[in-house]
Design a protein around this ligand. Structure first.
Ligand code: RI2
Length: 320
């Protein structure tokens, strides 16, 4: 698919979910590398960088997107010719897509171990990583039941209940504000992540922090399912995750909003759940307490000091 088409679909959320966005961006870079006609390696790189920037600018919160783009684009560093550069992008994009799919499968396997026979699980939003754990547990013959929230304003809960229904899992569909009313019927909260910071905070769909807070009050464990490429390297040097605020029309129809001049609609798409409300983060490398997030960033994302230099422009913007 063309870069601009993919970028539009990510922006409009036709392509959504942190993992899917990352794979779609890798695919778009791969297709672009195959299509682009550039006379020199430098021109090729410039065009790929433009495409990468277009993709990264679509949605600011899910760090899987820049991490995927960074991984694919790193292939350009050693390339000396257009042919080498093209081959590197195609191969690294393929590598990312495959390892992402593999990661989701591994997380399902590891996450299912934390689900017991008879557990009632509450989930919020639509996470392929979190749902994978529930479906794996169900396939292992564990009898589970799920509470799924509606997820205003984009109603991702509808996708979740369809997936659970298709898997034959007994599911209760509730409005977001009913979480506290049902939390005592729940054994476990399981959600996905758009980003995990170095101090183990999880950025996920708006409302996740309320769910986690409610779970903590009720002493219900919270498990987050997140591939290692959802960990945010730049938080190591203090960078904050930007919380996307989406158009007000998603919350209140513009025609109604126009009749209410004193009302401002706010529509943040994500919130931050502090590490203290999270019991475990299940990654494809294994399950970790949130406080160990730094180890994932250091060991598995392959970010070295040079990357932090680049990220923070510590050379004053000069290439060396
Ligand atoms: P997977 C989604 O964001 C949700 O916040 C979900 O929990 C998270 O990405 C992770 O999803 P959005 O695109 O990668 O719906 O586990 O805003 O599918």
């Amino acid at each position: 698919m063309f870069v601009t088409e993919t970028a539009e679909k990510i922006k409009s959320m036709e392509i959504r979910g942190a993992g899917r966005i990352a794979r779609a961006a890798a695919e778009a870079l791969r297709d672009h590398a195959l299509a682009v006609k550039a006379p020199t390696n430098a021109a090729f790189r410039q065009e790929m960088e433009r495409a990468a920037a277009e993709l990264v600018a679509t949605r600011p919160t899910a760090v899987s997107l820049p991490n995927a783009v960074h991984f694919v684009m790193a292939g350009l560093d050693a390339a000396k010719t257009v042919k080498e550069a093209r081959t590197a992008v195609v191969s690294r994009a393929g590598q990312f897509i495959e390892s992402s799919r593999h990661a989701v499968e591994k997380i399902a396997e590891f996450g299912a171990r934390h689900i017991r026979d008879g557990d009632v699980i509450l989930t919020h939003c639509n996470s392929e990583a979190a749902l994978g754990c529930m479906i794996a547990a169900h396939r292992q013959g564990k009898e589970i039941e799920v509470f799924a929230t509606e997820v205003r304003p984009r109603n991702q809960g509808l996708i979740t209940i369809r997936t659970l229904n298709d898997a034959g899992i007994k599911t209760n569909f509730i409005v977001d504000s009913a979480v506290r009313s049902f939390i005592h019927d729940v054994d476990l909260v399981m959600v996905g992540a758009d980003a995990v910071t170095v101090n183990g905070a999880v950025v996920n769909k708006i409302g996740t922090s309320q769910v986690a807070h409610t779970a903590a009050e009720a002493r219900v464990n919270v498990i987050v399912a997140a591939e290692t490429y959802k960990f945010a390297p730049r938080t190591v040097v203090g960078e904050l995750i930007q919380i996307e605020e989406r158009p007000p029309g998603e919350v209140l129809a513009d025609a109604i909003a126009q009749t209410l001049p004193h009302v401002r609609v706010r529509n943040p798409a994500f919130d931050v759940t502090p590490a203290e409300y999270i019991d475990l983060i299940v990654t494809e490398q294994g399950a970790i307490p949130p406080q160990m997030a730094y180890v994932i960033i250091r060991e598995y994302l392959g970010w070295d000091i040079g990357e932090f230099h680049k990220a923070f422009d510590l050379n004053g913007g000069h290439e060396d």
